[in-house]
Design a protein around this ligand. Structure first.
Ligand code: ATP
Length: 240
C-alpha cells in the first residue's frame, strides 16, 4: 500500500553561526524515487543527516510513517527502516568486499539472518559476488559505490538515503548505479531519496525532483514535467 513514508516540515538547521537549512520541506511516498538536486553547500547532506538523526533541527518537524522522530538517536531511527549511503562511500579499502558487507549487517539479531541477508544481497549484486574476496580498495569507483549501496541494504531498509552516488563516476557508470538502485526499488521494495549535484543523468531515473539552493527549497516537481531542464536551471542558479 502506498503511504507517506517521510515528511520533512519546515526544518531549520544551523552549525553554530552558519544557517544550513532555512525552512526546508519535502515528502517522500512509499515506493518513490525522489532526488534532491542542488549546488555545493546547498544543504543536501544536511537534509539527509537530519532525516537520519545525525543533526537535530532547531525548528520544524520530521515524521516517518506519520510519527515524529525529532530528537531520536540515529540508531533508533535506523530501526524504523532507514539506511544512509554517505557521500564518499566510506568503505574499508583494506578489507574484502565480504568483510565490508558483514560490517553493514552488524545490527542483525543473529548470524543465520545475517548470512541469509548476504546471500540475498549477492543475488542483487552479481558483480560484487564475483569479487567477494578482493580487497575493496582494488575495486573500480563504480564497484565501490555499488558496495556502499549493498552494505546499506544489508539491514533490509525500507528507505535508502543516498548522498551523491554519481560523485566522480563516468556517465556510463552513473547509469549502471541507477539501474541497480531502480532494480532494488522493484526487488527489495525500496523507497529512495537521493542527493545529486547535477540533474543531467537523474531526470530520467527519478519520479520527483526537488531543487535546493542556499538552504531553501526552490522547486518541486515531477521529473516528467521537468525534462527540458529549464525550470531546474532557473531554480538551481537563481535567475529568471
Ligand atoms: P556538498 O555537495 O558540498 O555536500 P551540500 O548541498 O550537501 O553540499 P551541506 O553539506 O549540507 O551541503 O552543507 C550546507 C552548509 O552547511 C554549507 O555551507 C556547509 O559548509 C555547512 N556545513 C555542513 N556541515 C557542517 C558542519 N559539520 N559544521 C559546520 N558547517 C557545516
Amino acid at each position: 500500500m502506498m503511504g507517506r513514508l517521510v515528511e520533512v516540515d519546515d526544518i531549520h538547521v544551523r552549525y553554530g553561526d552558519l544557517v544550513a537549512l532555512r525552512g526546508v520541506s519535502l515528502a517522500v511516498e512509499e515506493g518513490e524515487v525522489v532526488c534532491i538536486i542542488g549546488p555545493n553547500g546547498a544543504g543536501k547532506s544536511t537534509t539527509l543527516a537530519a532525516i537520519a538523526g545525525g543533526v537535530t533541527p532547531e525548528a520544524g518537524a520530521i515524521r516517518i510513517d506519520g510519527r515524529s522522530i525529532l530528537g531520536q538517536r540515529p540508531e533508533q531511527i535506523a530501526r524504523l527502516g532507514l539506511s544512509l549511503v554517505p557521500e564518499g562511500r566510506h568503505i574499508f579499502g583494506t578489507l574484502t568486499v565480504d568483510e565490508n558487507l558483514r560490517i553493514g549487517g552488524y545490527i542483525q539479531r543473529d548470524r543465520t539472518a545475517a548470512k541469509a541477508d548476504l546471500e540475498r544481497l549477492l543475488e542483487l549484486f552479481p558483480r560484487l559476488a564475483e569479487r567477494l574476496h578482493y580487497p575493496a580498495g582494488r575495486l573500480s569507483g563504480g564497484e565501490q559505490q555499488m558496495l556502499a549501496v549493498a552494505r546499506a541494504v544489508m539491514t533490509r531498509p525500507r528507505l535508502l538515503l543516498v548522498d551523491e552516488p554519481s560523485l566522480g563516476l563516468a556517465p556510463k557508470i552513473i547509469d549502471q548505479i541507477y539501474e541497480i538502485l531502480l532494480d532494488l526499488r522493484q526487488r527489495a521494495k525500496l523507497t529512495l531519496l537521493i542527493n545529486e549535484q547535477s540533474s543531467n543523468r537523474i531526470l530520467k531515473h527519478a519520479d520527483r525532483i526537488y531543487v535546493l539552493r542556499g538552504g531553501s527549497m526552490q522547486l518541486e516537481g515531477r521529473a516528467a514535467d521537468l525534462q527540458d531542464g529549464e525550470a531546474i536551471r532557473h531554480a538551481y542558479f537563481g535567475f529568471g
